[in-house]
Design a protein around this ligand. Structure first.
Ligand SMILES: Cc1cc2nc3c(=O)[nH]c(=O)nc-3n(C[C@H](O)[C@H](O)[C@H](O)COP(=O)(O)OP(=O)(O)OC[C@H]3O[C@@H](n4cnc5c(N)ncnc54)[C@H](O)[C@@H]3O)c2cc1C
Length: 462
């Protein structure tokens, strides 16, 4: 279908692979977390994998793609869970993991090449007294380019908000897909145009990201006799400006039953708060927990708890992964709970969804406000039932994004304005970057997923 032979000839020394095993492995991401995407994305593969090592080699790839009109899907380490690095129209799988390295660290900021993993970035910044403001729970593997282009936020978002909040991404350098590829530096507000664009508005080559002072962190798993106590304690912990923390997530019973390493630790019927606390705040944290009737069932230095992995690998996107080890059909929608009475809103939803499935809730900042991002865990055998649950959430004032979609508009975590469209047109005039994921016209976006009645996550401020 595409002139791969001549494209490869023009590549010169740029590494490429056409063996089916490599192609299959690199054409997948973590979309299997969604039972719906499992069905719709299965079997979609690229025609070859290309792994440039420098910007010059990347330019050779993009020039060839423009010349032979071959689609290009960028890939970091393929940990995204909306299937957004799966090539819908075949073509070139652009493996960015060889373009790697930290370029500089300054007080409060780092600049790194797109294929650098978040762990690799902190290996350089921590000895200098700085750490990432927040990170996805996939930080061991996730690249900074993939995080900017495909992610949202994560551990630390309780203090610093999410990628789209002003000041977190300081600058992004991107390359266009044209016969003469251009490098464009987007700074400040403009850098957010690339966020959540799924590699369809330019290939990220470098990222400048804001940092926070490095801390020493303690993990704590806390059990509460009732969901109400866990919820109140979690929200209060998030609000306590004097307690240094990086994570506060509230999970209703029986989530702990599904998460195997928690089972021996947490009493039957208990709901939990999982948290990361600055070591200087542990005493205050213990007092707070006791005042809500909670019991700390496990406490340790970050990464040294009895779970065989850091405690944060049971939060955010990882909670689904852990739960699915017990029940592969359990999944979620993505609700944004935002209210001056956050506890009241979550409790109303909890009451209305009684019996649907236990609630998970990540507490974080979003657009300046403390919010909850969460969902009931749902057995996804009946799509109509999931749509009913989305409607109930919406009736209570919760905005809902769709993790069972695979394009930018379908997922609904990016607001698309004129500047986004102008950038897309300019960086990808032939529409070859990750086609179907974010087109100039919504009518051209891929229609491969069932549509839940979701309405996306919007910001108050612009
Ligand atoms: C278990 C689990 C937990 C997760 N937890 C979180 C979480 O806490 N927070 C969160 O935000 N996300 C989370 N995710 C999603 C994902 O891990 C992150 O968004 C991660 O940062 C993606 O990085 P990656 O290098 O694997 O990117 P990939 O998956 O390879 O790519 C992500 C998207 O970016 C595009 N892309 C990749 N590199 C580039 C580039 N250089 N230029 C342009 N486009 C590019 C790809 O085409 C794709 O659309 C989770 C996923 C899983 C499976």
């Amino acid at each position: 279908m595409y002139d791969i032979e001549n494209f490869v000839r023009d590549l010169g020394n740029v590494p490429s692979a056409t063996d089916p095993r490599t192609i299959r492995a690199k054409s997948r991401d973590a979309y299997a977390l969604s039972p719906l995407l499992r069905k719709t994305l299965q079997g979609k593969t690229a025609d070859l994998v290309v792994s440039p090592r420098t910007k010059e080699e990347l330019a050779t790839v993009l020039k060839g793609a423009a010349k032979y009109k071959i689609p290009v899907t960028a890939r970091g380490n393929g940990t995204s869970q909306y299937g957004q690095s799966v090539p819908l129209k075949g073509g070139i799988m652009l493996d960015m993991t060889a373009i790697t390295g930290v370029l500089w660290v300054k007080p409060g900021a780092v600049r790194a090449k797109a294929g650098t993993t978040l762990d690799e970035i902190e290996e350089v910044t921590k000895p200098q007294g700085w750490e990432l403001r927040f990170f996805p729970t996939t930080r061991k593997h996730a690249t900074i380019g993939g995080f900017i282009a495909g992610g949202t936020g994560g551990v630390g978002s309780i203090n610093w908000g999410v990628l789209r909040d002003r000041g977190n991404i300081r600058a992004v350098e991107v390359m266009s897909l044209e016969e003469r590829p251009r490098l464009v530096e987007l700074r400040g507000d403009d850098s957010r145009l690339i966020h959540h664009s799924y590699g369809a508005a330019g290939i990220v080559t470098e990222v400048e990201f804001a940092l926070a002072p490095a801390g020493n962190w303690q993990e704590a798993l806390v059990a509460f006799p009732t969901y109400g106590q866990a919820l109140r304690c979690g929200v209060q912990l998030a609000r306590e400006s004097g307690i240094v923390k990086k994570l506060a997530s509230v999970y209703e019973w029986p989530i702990t039953h599904y998460v195997q390493p928690f089972r021996p630790l947490v009493p039957e019927r208990s709901s939990i708060v999982i948290s990361l606390i600055g070591e200087q705040s542990v005493e205050d944290f213990r007092e707070l927990v006791a005042s809500y009737g909670g019991k700390i069932v496990s406490e340790s230095v970050e990464g040294e708890g009895p779970y065989n992995r850091p405690l944060y690998e049971f939060s955010f996107g990882h909670l689904n992964l852990q739960v699915q080890k017990t029940d592969p059909m359990l999944t979620e929608v993505e609700g944004l709970f935002r209210s001056d009475d956050l506890v009241g809103l979550i409790e109303r939803v909890h009451t209305r969804l009684n019996g649907v499935g236990p609630l998970r809730m990540e507490l974080r900042r979003w657009d300046g406000d403390l919010v909850g991002s969460g969902s009931p865990l749902i057995n996804f055998t009946d799509e109509a039932r999931v749509a009913d649950i989305v409607r109930i959430l919406q009736q209570e004032g919760v905005r809902v994004a769709n993790p069972h979609a695979s394009n930018v508009r379908g997922v609904g975590k990016k607001e698309i304005g004129e500047k986004d469209i102008a950038l897309k047109r300019s960086m990808d005039p032939a529409g070859l970057l990750n086609p179907g994921r974010f087109e100039v016209s919504s009518a051209s976006d891929a229609k491969i997923e069932k549509h839940l009645p979701t309405d996306g996550w919007v910001r108050r401020a612009s």
